[in-house]
Design a protein around this ligand. Structure first.
Ligand SMILES: Nc1nc2c(c(=O)[nH]1)N[C@H]1C(S)=C(S)[C@@H](COP(=O)(O)OP(=O)(O)OC[C@H]3O[C@@H](n4cnc5c(N)ncnc54)[C@H](O)[C@@H]3O)O[C@H]1N2
Ligand code: MOO
Ligand SMILES: [Mg+2]
Length: 428
């Protein structure tokens, strides 16, 4: 008699795994290697930016008061007392009636409180000295980039757990991080099971297929920010697979297997979990594809039994493994970000269970359009190539016509969402 499984809702499955998701440790990497990592601590400004008042233009630093009565007919004449380029400082305070030729980025000389652009002045020579003529009254503070106007000392610039973008790299450099604290990547073990599996470089044989899931999952792990550790593919043999899983579990932060989680004669993962003494968190979810997705926990470590069917395996990873990886990386928004888009083609099949249809999103005439790609079946691999979203069709709905708004999960996005946002937001 086949075991009867208790299906649970997607949201409940998410809560169960996330109970065991935990943040990892922090390590330092050179700034050149920090792009694409996750920040290991809050970044707080330890000085003002800019650190001194500076000129945003090439021009003359002046004392505004000296232009008090200046007009087109009666310009103020200021003596050019010296010249500074960016990186240099004027060595003495400017005196009354003086101007300092100054280049963009140079520090405003003491005594000066405004800058006039080169284009705005007449430069003249009198008695062997250089003067400028200013034809209007200049206000105090005119054309000055003030100390701290970009960012103030003590302000929070970006948070721990944020994905490091080129913009964040610029900030890290500004504040002197030659080495950057980043979240350590979780080591995620991958094991493929199935006597039908051929190595990627093997020619096809009757009844056999090449193992695509192992490579796919390893790329998904890298995309999520983890480090894959591949243990190989093994035929459906209880002892062999048990030993492999047991051995791998010691070496990783989380372990993923693919295949062997359903109710077939050679589906050994349920027996392996029992033999290991794991706590099985769920083994049936009200969703398609990926209804057999299984998660277990052993001494606080998560084990994922992803389906052998490629599309089900893919979806199971994105829904349940990715957020645990991002949590390990200290992200406060570990779930795929959702958006609302217009459906690009009919999806008329009724949805007794939540469905996650592989789709492609792009702008069409300024509107986000989400179009299903490939065959919507769990054993399909070709639909995955173009998929940059999962179109979420809630259970209990009767199908969707093209043009309706649907909720989509953005597979390539790095911003993410919190668990509560993910569970509650953007339902069409
Ligand atoms: N009587 C029932 N049969 C099935 C049920 C069920 O509830 N009752 N569930 C079906 C669903 S839904 C799914 S999904 C699959 C899950 O299968 P398993 O996770 O046990 O995986 P396998 O049986 O090992 O393989 C399924 C399928 O996927 C192919 N596969 C496996 N590994 C790979 C790989 N690494 N790369 C590419 N393809 C792989 C395998 O050849 C099979 O075709 O069970 C249904 N059956
Ligand atoms: O787990 Mo199966 O993918 O629902 O088709
Ligand atoms: Mg099976």
């Amino acid at each position: 008699m086949v075991e009867r499984r208790q299906p649970i809702k997607v949201t409940e499955a998410i809560r169960r795994v996330m109970n065991f998701a935990k943040a990892g440790s922090v390590e330092y990497v050179p700034i050149e290697a920090s792009y694409g990592r996750f920040l290991g601590e809050n970044l707080i400004a330890d000085h003002h930016v800019p650190p001194f008042d500076r000129s945003p233009y090439d021009g003359f630093a002046i004392r505004a008061v000296d232009t008090g009565h200046a007009s087109r007919n009666s310009p103020a004449e200021l003596e050019v007392a010296g010249e500074i380029g960016a990186g240099n400082v004027f060595e003495r305070p400017a005196a009354a009636g003086e101007a300092v030729r100054i280049m963009t980025g140079a520090q405003i000389p003491e005594g000066c409180d405004a800058v006039v652009m080169l284009e705005e002045v007449n430069e003249i020579e009198k008695n062997g000295s250089n003067y400028i003529q200013v034809k209007r009254n200049i206000q105090v503070g005119n054309n000055i980039s003030f100390t701290g106007e970009d960012t103030k000392k003590g302000s929070l610039l970006t948070r721990k757990g944020n994905y490091i973008t080129p913009g964040i790299v610029a900030l890290l450099a500004t504040f002197g991080y030659k080495n950057v604290p980043v979240a350590k990547k979780p080591k995620i073990g991958v094991i493929a099971t199935g006597s039908e599996l051929l190595e990627i470089d093997a020619p096809l044989e009757p009844g056999k297929i090449r193992n695509s899931n192992a490579s796919m999952i390893q790329s998904q792990i890298i995309r999520a920010g983890g480090e894959p550790l591949y243990f190989g593919q093994f035929s459906d043999d209880l002892e062999l697979c048990y030993n492999q899983v047991k051995n791998a579990l010691d070496k990783v932060d989380m372990l993923i297997t693919t295949g062997g989680v359903s109710v077939g004669d050679y589906d050994y993962l349920p027996d392996i979990y029992a033999k290991l003494g794991c706590d099985v968190l769920f083994n049936k979810i009200k969703m398609r594809p990926g209804s057999v997705t299984t998660a277990a926990e052993k001494d606080g470590k998560l084990l994922y039994g992803l389906s052998g069917n490629p599309s089900a395996c893919f979806v199971g990873f994105e829904l349940y493994t990715r957020p645990a990886i991002r949590t390990f990386l200290h992200s406060g928004t570990p779930f795929l970000q959702k958006a609302t888009a217009k459906l690009g083609a009919d999806l008329l099949k009724p949805n007794p269970f939540d469905r996650f249809v592989r789709g492609h999103i792009r702008y069409q005439h300024g509107q986000l359009v989400a179009t299903p790609v490939g065959l919507d079946k769990s054993n399909v691999v070709s639909s995955l190539a173009e998929a940059n979203i999962l179109i979420q069709l809630p259970g209990g709905t009767s199908g969707y016509e093209a043009g309706r708004n649907v909720s989509v999960m953005l597979l390539e996005d790095q911003e993410g969402m919190t668990m509560e946002q993910f569970i509650t937001e953007n339902r069409p």
